[in-house]
Design a protein around this ligand. Structure first.
Ligand code: EPZ
Length: 422
């Protein structure tokens, strides 16, 4: 059954929202179970369809899974493996399944993962994932839509320079290198907090990784890894999304557990928009009691730059700002699709290449709109919160991939929002 979200706009949001565990850390953290036959316990795992999809793949591969969704705890154990092949049906549902490639080749010496293919926001190449495995000594072939990697004698550490920053490419490389013979240095590695935390998890399991959080990560290969218990950090993209919900509705929201320095550049931008951002012991307070929202240009970049995963949400805010703002998307070639839907709500956005020119309008008008991808659907919900009248966001399955309980979290803060099954 398809679901939609009905929103009546115009209600400022007040209250507090608990930020859930980070999706883009939970996913790589889950696949670390493939690197050891000991038990891994993960706490604060968000209940998201992307997590469910990845667990279905791991179960198929032979992982024992105990998932206590009520307490957000996941206990994983991969004593032996039934398959070292990740079939297309799993991978096409959730492209981050490519993350099983590194750990499988590291522990079992062989792996076969279906090509993930592109998605709405772009081609989503994985050439750098493959290149790393080859540089580490694996024999990699592509046939029948599968990436097949073999390294019966193990992998050998070496220096690897990434021509561009890739988050899961860095993560796959780290997980391939942790059991390699010798030392691997990843140069121009991703510095995202999710990558840094994955390294901290792996070090808790006995890995020897240094430099995480910088652009050079060094991994000294070890014989084996052991189990551990690890807490998933709060989701900075979810937090940023609710920060914009507060700003766009001229509300006041406490983002509980939000880690301020994970969103430094983003929060500085909101401050320039005229939004008040205050760090507190238990999170970040976001308040907008200004009549107008200043138009500020942004250009997305790898961490610590402005996050591409908050670009669509920020655009929703700019549609009702004073003046004109330029929004440039530098990471993905097709991540401006939400502009058409925002324009249907009365926004004034012109796209040329990878830059959207957003001319602020007095108000948006509610309309039936179509979500195209995860963050675009968040952008449309944010627009619906401020638009005059009713907005219906269709294809809601996109939003449930990355936002836990978004309707109830907004409802509790005064939003007029309802999930309907059509
Ligand atoms: C991760 O995707 C995130 N997903 C994305 O979040 C996020 O948008 C992205 O990083 C950028 O921050 C997860 O962590 C599960 P990339 P990833 O490899 O790793 C090109 C969300 O909304 N590239 O950093 O797939 C690629 O095409 C999702 O939560 C190659 O050319 O992104 C892109 O243009 C969406 N070859 C750029 O690099 C490669 O081998 C950055 O992609 C790999 C990447």
């Amino acid at each position: 059954m398809l679901q939609s979200m009905k929103i009546i706009g115009g209600y400022p949001l007040f209250g507090e929202i608990s930020i859930s565990g980070a999706k883009n850390l939970a996913l790589p953290a889950i696949v670390t179970t493939l690197l050891t036959d000991n038990e891994i316990t993960l706490n604060n795992v968000p209940n998201l369809s992307d997590v469910t999809s990845l667990l279905e793949l791991l179960e198929y591969l032979g992982c024992d899974i105990n998932h206590d969704t009520a307490h957000k705890q996941l206990i994983l154990k991969t004593t032996n493996i039934k398959h070292t092949e990740a079939p297309y049906d799993f991978v096409r549902k959730m492209r981050a399944s490519i993350l099983v490639l590194g750990p499988m080749i590291a522990r079992f010496g062989r792996a076969s993962v279906s090509f993930p293919g592109g998605c709405a926001i772009g081609v989503r190449a994985i050439d750098l994932h493959i290149r790393t495995l080859q540089l580490l000594g694996a024999e990699v072939t592509i046939d029948n839509g599968f990436i097949k990697a073999y390294s019966p004698n193990g992998l050998t550490g070496c220096d690897i320079t990434f021509p561009i920053v890739t988050v899961t490419g860095t993560e796959n490389s780290i997980m391939a290198a942790v059991l390699a013979n010798g030392t691997t240095r990843l140069i121009n590695a991703a510095m995202e907090p999710e990558v840094e935390e994955l390294c901290n998890l792996l070090n808790n399991m006995g890995a020897k990784i240094t430099g995480q959080g910088t652009s050079t990560i060094t991994i000294e290969g070890v014989e084996s890894l052991h189990g551990t218990t690890f807490d998933i950090m709060p989701d900075r993209i979810e937090a940023g999304t609710y920060a914009i919900a507060s700003a766009i509705t001229h509300g006041k929201l406490l983002l509980k557990n939000c880690i301020y320095n994970h969103l430094e550049i983003f929060f500085n931008t909101l401050k320039s928009n005229g939004v008040s951002i205050t760090q507190q012991d238990n999170g970040v307070l976001v308040e907008n009691n200004n009549d107008k929202i200043n138009s500020i240009d942004i250009s997305t970049a790898p961490y610590p730059g402005f996050p591409t995963d908050l670009q669509a949400q920020y655009m929703a805010l700019m549609t009702i700002s004073e003046g004109v703002s330029l929004i440039t998307e530098n990471l993905f070639e097709n991540r401006l699709m939400h502009t058409q839907e925002l324009n249907r709500m009365g926004a004034n956005i012109i796209v040329k290449g990878n830059t959207a020119t957003v001319k602020g309008v007095e108000n948006l008008n509610g309309a039936p709109v179509m979500a195209t991808d995860l963050r675009a659907s968040a952008s449309l919900i944010l627009a619906g919160l401020v638009a005059k009248g009713e907005t219906t966001v269709n294809r809601l399955y996109h939003i449930d991939r990355g936002y836990e309980n978004i309707d109830n979290k907004l409802l509790q803060c005064g939003a007029h929002i309802k999930r309907i099954t059509v």
